[in-house]
Design a protein around this ligand. Structure first.
Ligand code: ADP
Ligand code: MG
Ligand code: MG
Length: 245
């Protein structure tokens, strides 16, 4: 029944413990928000859930769709349906945005996808995100502005339809209009994909069009408080310190 269950997760980065026992459960169709001060381990949790080898689990377990994936490699987890959008998306010269997404889709499904169908779906989705169609044939993220990179991440989210999407500060550095478009894009995922969402953010603007089930506050490598959607507003008003007293 649970999509993701994290039990007492301890994570080291370069022999230093960053996460000191994180517990988290996300069910299918739920949206969770993760907030907290800078340097507290939010991105570390995202990387550990995705299986980045630089982030080593020293204690605890990660269960996904009824399977213990604590030891699974990144590509296996991607196949299982976990998606992580990056705070700073990589530039990949020589691979177009379109080719990248098509190849990721084919790897995920293990099937060839007809180019015509793919291009139609890609164009429709780019329209939702107000992306210029020419970006499909440009090299992935090369020369993209901050906002365009973030939109390209959301485009991947909507095309790949993962079962669990972790969005790490997808709104940082975006202007008001771009945040709104990205928020609409995530809303589209909520409506059509029935997956779980973990949104790491400092801003509430990204949540404008979204319904939030749970809000978690992480401080110094631990989730110290969990509440409903109203906790986001409370944090905005009072700050992390007062909210977690
Ligand atoms: P947040 O996303 O909450 O701002 P991070 O997870 O990025 O926090 O970082 C938590 C702590 O782990 C910080 O002290 C940071 O310096 C350290 N850290 C994270 N990733 C690395 C890394 N790849 N190498 C060294 N230290 C890291
Ligand atoms: Mg422990
Ligand atoms: Mg971070």
């Amino acid at each position: 029944k649970h999509l993701l269950t994290v039990k007492d997760l301890h994570v080291n980065v370069e022999d230093k413990e960053i996460l000191h026992g994180v517990d988290l459960t996300i069910n299918k169709g739920e949206t969770h928000v993760l907030m907290g001060p800078n340097g507290t381990g939010k991105s570390t949790l995202g990387y550990a859930l995705m299986g980045n080898p630089r982030y080593s689990v020293t204690e605890g377990e990660i269960w996904f769709q009824g399977k213990n994936i604590t030891e699974e490699a990144v590509n296996e987890r991607a196949k299982d349906g976990i998606f992580l959008s990056f705070q700073n998306p990589l530039e990949v010269p020589g691979v177009t945005l379109s080719a990248f997404i098509r190849s990721a889709l084919e790897q995920k499904t293990g099937k060839r996808i007809r180019l015509w169908d793919f291009k139609k779906e890609l164009a429709r989705t780019m329209e939702i995100l107000q992306m210029d169609p020419s970006y499909a044939e440009r090299d992935l993220n090369v020369g993209f502005s901050g906002g365009e990179k973030k939109k390209a991440e959301i485009l991947q989210l909507l095309m790949l339809k993962p079962s669990l999407a972790i969005l790490d500060e997808t709104d940082s550095g975006l202007d008001v209009d771009a945040v709104r478009t990205v928020s609409r894009g995530i809303e589209e995922y909520q409506k059509n994909c029935d997956g779980g969402l973990l949104i790491i953010t400092h801003s509430t603007r990204i949540l404008e069009y979204l319904s939030v089930d749970d809000t978690h506050v992480m401080v110094e490598g631990k989730i110290v408080k969990t509440g409903d959607a109203s906790l986001v507003d409370e944090i905005n008003e009072k700050g992390f310190k007062e909210v977690t007293l």
